[in-house]
Unconditional design. Structure first.
Ligand SMILES: Cc1ncc(COP(=O)(O)O)c(C=O)c1O
Length: 467
């Protein structure tokens, strides 16, 4: 099997074309992808959406250029700013307090930034985010174009959006200039595959190719490129039908979960009033009301049901459904969560009846967290920390190459971060290089780390900072 797959691991032999100067099969495959996704031009990417996002930023900006980025962007965007030497201005995001998740930018928050910074070159935001929340892409792109700026949309979680009308809009459907489709996350494509699409005339293809030549491997995998071509074919020919089935099953699972005691599953109704949409193929489930963290639910699913979710945070688990999942599996997953909730509730009832073995205290059901379970009484709220944007005092690139020293997190307040600090997953930035670290950030990180949240950019309770 392995030997068979390795037969496809070829290179730029005659007749096999060249990704960095496509003239034959790769050019044709990219044209087919552009047609399927509704772009003017599509570039195959074999180094992940990270490479596509960073190439997009490099293609449109350079040293000192201002780029407006949504406060909740992925760390790949910050990498792009470091490479380009660009300066970020941040667009505030709305948050959801119940699920404690970011929702995204609104047209008002974007307009505020564009009015305040007329010299912004481009705007970058995510659609949908890791939790399936989509902002009003149509209004945001229209606004960006009214101000004559370039719209770059990170659709690392939205490669499937153009293939079904019941899903939130893709940037490709509203003329966004550059859209990154994370093929490996939501299409049947291999890890590291992605697509970079260009629409309209604002960004020349040569600028994109030039940036890709800087960032992308000079030895692109033909297996990955073939995987992209196959995924494009499946999406173009069967995507609508397969997605229709999975959306139907996802909605059934959502309502089954929401009818189960102690379980909350995010649906579009939770966010539509705030001006956002939800992609039902992302099941966001919380058992917070029966005092289980997302980490505990994920662990129980792994140990008891041999099921892995995409990721867990303090409050939620997130299961990503794709066009190759079927209704039976999706509903079985919902039932497994319902079982976990029933078992946990019974356990809690027992603790209430018998008294808490660890603390010796009597717990009541109205206690926010049962003390005997050894969990912090109040868990940190991830969404609230995103309501703050630390002050950017130098470009991410300047901070990256500045002299730095490592200090304990408690002592980092008021210092300038030399690193990108990210809660991982979901990979959303908390502190960007060049930003001044605040007490709210350090309090959150210390508290969250004690509850099992992993951070990139924070090492052994220390954070890298510059003087
Ligand atoms: C919103 C977002 N953008 C970009 C990326 C980077 O994608 P990749 O891992 O394909 O490089 C991720 C990865 O999780 C992501 O969540």
């Amino acid at each position: 099997m392995i030997a068979h797959s390795l037969l496809g691991d070829v290179t730029e032999l005659p007749g096999l074309d060249d990704l960095h100067a496509p003239e034959g099969a790769i050019k044709e495959a990219q044209h087919l992808a552009a047609r399927a996704f509704g772009a003017d031009e599509t570039f195959f990417i074999v180094n992940g959406s990270t490479c596509a996002i960073q190439s997009a930023i490099l293609a449109v900006s350079g040293p000192g250029c201002k780029i407006a980025v949504s406060r909740d962007v992925h760390k790949a965007v910050i990498g792009g700013l470091i490479l380009a030497g660009a300066y970020p201005v941040y667009i505030d995001v709305e948050v959801d307090k119940e699920f404690q998740i970011p929702l995204g930018p609104t047209p008002d928050s974007l307009k505020h930034v564009l009015d305040k910074h007329p010299d912004v070159r481009a705007v970058v935001f995510t659609n949908p985010n890791y939790y399936g929340i989509s902002p009003r892409v149509d209004l945001l792109v229209a606004l960006i174009h009214d101000y004559d700026k370039i719209a770059i949309i990170d659709e690392a979680h939205g490669a499937h959006l153009p293939f079904h009308d019941d899903l939130p809009l893709s940037g490709l459907e509203v003329g966004a200039d550059l859209v990154i489709s994370g093929a490996h996350k939501t299409l049947p494509a291999m890890t590291q595959t992605s697509l970079l699409h260009r629409t309209g005339g604002k960004v020349p293809d040569e600028d994109i190719s030039r940036a890709l030549k800087v960032i992308e491997t000079a030895s692109p995998s033909y297996i990955l490129m073939a995987s992209l071509d196959i995924a494009r074919k499946i999406a173009a020919t069967k995507g609508h039908e397969l997605l229709g089935r999975v959306i139907h099953a996802a909605r059934k699972a959502q309502s089954r979960l929401n009818r189960s005691a102690g379980v909350r599953c995010l649906t579009e109704e939770d966010v539509v009033g705030k001006g956002f949409r939800h992609d039902p193929t992302k099941l966001v489930v919380s058992l917070d009301s029966i005092h289980m963290t997302g980490f505990e639910v994920a662990r129980t699913l792994r140990e008891k049901c041999r099921t892995e979710v995409e990721f867990a945070d303090i409050v939620n688990i997130i299961a990503v459904l794709t066009m190759v999942d079927n209704e039976q599996e999706i509903l079985a997953f919902a039932d497994a969560i319902r079982e976990i909730a029933i078992t946990e509730d019974k356990r809690h009832e027992r603790i209430i009846a018998e008294g808490c073995a660890t603390s010796g205290k009597t717990c009541t059901k109205s206690d926010k967290r049962c003390e005997g379970r050894g969990i912090e009484p109040v868990l940190p709220d991830f969404s609230s920390v995103l309501e703050e944007t630390p002050k950017q005092v130098m470009t991410p690139r300047e901070a990256m190459f500045a002299t730095w020293e490592q200090v304990e997190l408690e002592r980092a307040v008021g210092r300038v971060s030399a690193d990108t600090v990210v809660a991982y997953p979901p990979g959303i930035i908390l502190v960007c290089p060049g930003q001044e670290i605040t007490g709210r950030m350090t309090d959150f990180m210390i508290h969250a780390a004690s509850c099992g949240v992993q951070f990139h950019g924070v090492k052994d309770d220390c954070v890298l900072v510059v003087r």
